[in-house]
Write a protein that binds this ligand. Sequence first.
Ligand SMILES: [Zn+2]
Ligand SMILES: [Zn+2]
Length: 298
Amino acid sequence: MANGGPVEHGFPHLETVREAVTALYRRLSYDTVRTFSASVAPADVAFCDTDDLYLGTQRVAHELVRHYRLPDARMIVSFREMTHAANVELTAGPEYFIELNDRFRTHRRDIGAALAHEVMHVYLHRLDLSFPGTRDNEILTDTATTYLGAGWLLLDAYRQDAASSQKLGYLTPEEFGYVLAKRALAFGEDPSVWFTSPQAYTAYGKGMRRARQDEQQPPLTAAGWAGRRRYARERRHAQDAPAAGQAADVPYRFAPQERGPLRVSFPCPTCHQRIRVPVRGRVRARCGLCRTVLECDT
Ligand SMILES: [Zn+2]
Ligand SMILES: [Zn+2]
């Protein structure tokens, strides 16, 4: 887990974040994802500077192992001086060695956040789910941590004041907010009440606005007027000149058929798997991966 440096903002990793959500549904199935309907509770990972360091760390690690349902996994946590925030050795188990940066000795309230990410590495390792390259794999880990209910801790560890700033993980605060919002929309949960950091609260708001935009893209009926007008223009273009190229700045694509009606594909607003429906007015589709019902006006 990375540590320090200037805090990056916005949504630079959004494409990989969305691929990570799709990969999670594919690997776990809808039913398993649904078993994570409850997030890690604040009281279960609370850790104050008067708690015993080692007992407290073991307690929080155990809580995360329980949350991710890793029954026989045992986390052995130690502290040392290092450039990274934290690290885990991915072995066959059942014991896994996690190292935390020495600074957590005096920043105990963020130990839960660091462990949420490191224990997720173990979870994904056991699932044999990874993305190629360190960058993408870290994005997958942060996204999975957040989507499965422990990532609000990582966003809440983001704090900024006149003297210092701190952020954990590879995603920007807004991207953590985005994944958290996607989880909130899918599970009917409100994580904003758990934040202790005002910056985390703001980033969650920005992430939620972005997540709502996913639900308002044509051909979904919730799309706005301007989007629908553009959609109609692109559709006409695809019908009149099927061989011509299509706009790259919209999430939907038209696919002309040898026979039968034109088809349109677009990303599911929940899991981002691509959905294909015929172009014939009002269509109701159901995503086969995350089971979201999609009301479309094609
Ligand atoms: Zn990591
Ligand atoms: Zn879906």
